[in-house]
Unconditional design. Sequence first.
Length: 227
Amino acid sequence: MPTPRPAPGPYLRSPIGLGRAAVALLGLVIAVDLFAVYADLVLYDVTGDLMDGASAGAAAGRLDDANSLNTVAGGIQSGALIACAVVYLCWFVRVRANAGVFAPDAQSMKPGWAIGGWFVPFVNLWYPRRITRDIWDASSPLGARRSYLLVNAWWTLWLLSLVGDRVGSAQSADADTVDGTHAGAYALMISDALDIAAAALAIALVLRLTRMQHAKALAGPGVPGGV
């Protein structure tokens, strides 16, 4: 009777390809956000002129163009964000799985939370950061001094950008006056600027964690599998 083969254990998989794709799409998000800031600024400028006494007839065409530009910017932002979120989550799941190979006992959350933690209300305010810290610890070189400055800065800006987006979107949706539209454009401008900063730090985080995991895998032995 043949001896049953043991079930294969977890193994390392390279995060480099997914990391590059995530960085590219985060760069696209930044480019689209810059366009959105421009669209917000155009709307802010037109409504500011109206508040300063400019003729409604003279500014009507500019206002229509500014609203159309904001609509286009919002649609492009949504598409870029969805594409980026899908690829980023694939990368996040990959580095979480590798962290479970590097240091399984150091992971405080089950692997499923690498996706679920982003979508479950309330816990999504801290679970992704907690998982990222666990991944950072597992991926760090043995004996290295650990600093969570990048993780904390990225997560803080990400939360601020979410709050800014909610405030800006609410103000824009409820704006039925020139003053309200002006305030909504300003809030969205701040929100988009925060999103640019958060995406820039997310790029730094993806690059850093990807390099750390690749270097740790190449450092061998004691880590099952290979990248």
